[in-house]
Design a protein around this ligand. Structure first.
Ligand SMILES: Cc1cc2nc3c(=O)[nH]c(=O)nc-3n(C[C@H](O)[C@H](O)[C@H](O)COP(=O)(O)OP(=O)(O)OC[C@H]3O[C@@H](n4cnc5c(N)ncnc54)[C@H](O)[C@@H]3O)c2cc1C
Ligand code: FES
Length: 287
């Protein structure tokens, strides 16, 4: 049977539920409501290995714990990076943290993007809004092993230009010859002269070979639904399309049932799923 997603069953930390203190080394404000934290283990010999697409449970002491994808570079295990949007109590508490403060980390958990399966193919990465955060490690991986892949295309859409994450890095990526990066915004504001329209409008003119392409998609569920349809219109088989799902989580390791999506636990069977394995449920929020 073909792999549903690239799985990593062990966890990197001492035990599956052990929270380890990490010290905040750098805080970067990305947009009005998103920020990136670079963390280092209190133990200087400690390296944190993960695979692109995996997440950690981050514990803001005295407030609570939330799942956040790892947005950093898998080839640099000394620094652990997460990019978070402030939506409620825990993420608000996280946003208030400063360099030198401590955050609890357990993980990494969940399935990974299929960067191994994609070798030898063109790769199209489609991100909406903060969905670029869990996909950024994929881009790092593809660039670090560039010769193993065909064309690599990154399509990124946000609501407005002010919502674009990782701006400087995107500029660097746009100037590379071995990576096609295209941005679009739903609504142009200020001096924006780029594409206007939802991210799916970029797919029709993207230069990948649909017969030999693997797609990785992350963003709001409605965006992922239309992205899948558009990729299929270009000729991609649903078995070559992968999505990352978000559901409420508590334990992160398949024990509590909080993240159940039909018969699946998103924390351990996901968050990365092959499209054909999740399609019938991925737009139903109540599941
Ligand atoms: C596998 C996985 C990976 C994730 N990766 C990231 C990541 O990389 N970066 C990131 O910012 N978030 C990520 N999330 C979402 C993140 O876990 C939630 O935003 C967080 O749990 C909210 O906690 P809170 O206590 O701040 O807000 P809560 O008090 O739980 O929620 C406050 C309000 O925000 C709403 N809300 C909750 N989550 C979201 C959301 N994702 N988007 C919009 N509204 C929401 C709630 O419905 C509620 O109305 C991920 C979730 C999962 C399951
Ligand atoms: S979060 Fe507990 S079972 Fe998935």
């Amino acid at each position: 049977m073909a792999p549903i997603a690239e799985k990593l069953l062990h966890t990197d930390l001492a035990g599956p539920m052990t929270t380890e203190p990490f010290v905040i080394r750098r805080v970067v404000k990305e947009t009005a409501d998103t920020f990136t934290l670079d963390l280092e283990s209190g133990d200087s010999s400690r390296e944190f290995t993960f695979r692109p697409g995996q997440f950690n449970m981050l514990y803001v002491f005295g407030v609570g714990e939330v799942p956040i994808s790892i947005s950093g570079d898998p080839t640099k295990p000394a620094v652990l990076t997460h990019t978070t949007r402030e939506v409620g109590a825990v993420t608000r508490g996280m946003r208030r943290l400063k360099p030198g403060d401590t955050l609890g980390v357990r993980g990494p958990y969940g399935t990974a993007w299929p960067v191994g399966e994609a070798e030898g193919s063109d790769v199209v990465v489609v991100a909406g809004g903060i969905g670029l955060a869990p996909l950024r490690p994929v881009v790092y991986h593809l660039l670090a092993h560039r010769q193993k892949y065909g064309k690599v295309v990154l399509l990124y859409g946000t609501r407005t230009p002010e919502d674009i994450l990782f701006r400087k890095e995107l500029e660097r990526w746009r100037s590379r010859f071995d990576l096609e990066t295209h941005l679009t915004v739903d609504r142009a504001t200020g001096p924006w002269h780029g594409n206007v329209g939802v991210v799916t409008t970029l797919i029709a003119r993207s230069p990948f070979d649909p017969q030999n392409t693997l797609a990785m998609v992350c963003g709001p569920e409605v965006m992922m639904r239309f992205t899948v349809l558009e990729l299929e219109r270009r000729g991609l088989d649903e078995k070559r399309i992968y999505l990352s799902m978000e559901r409420n989580m508590k334990c992160g390791i398949g024990l509590c049932g909080h993240c159940q999506l039909g018969p699946r636990f998103v924390c351990k069977d996901g968050p990365v799923y092959r499209c054909d394995g999740i399609r019938e449920v991925f737009s139903r929020r109540e599941l």
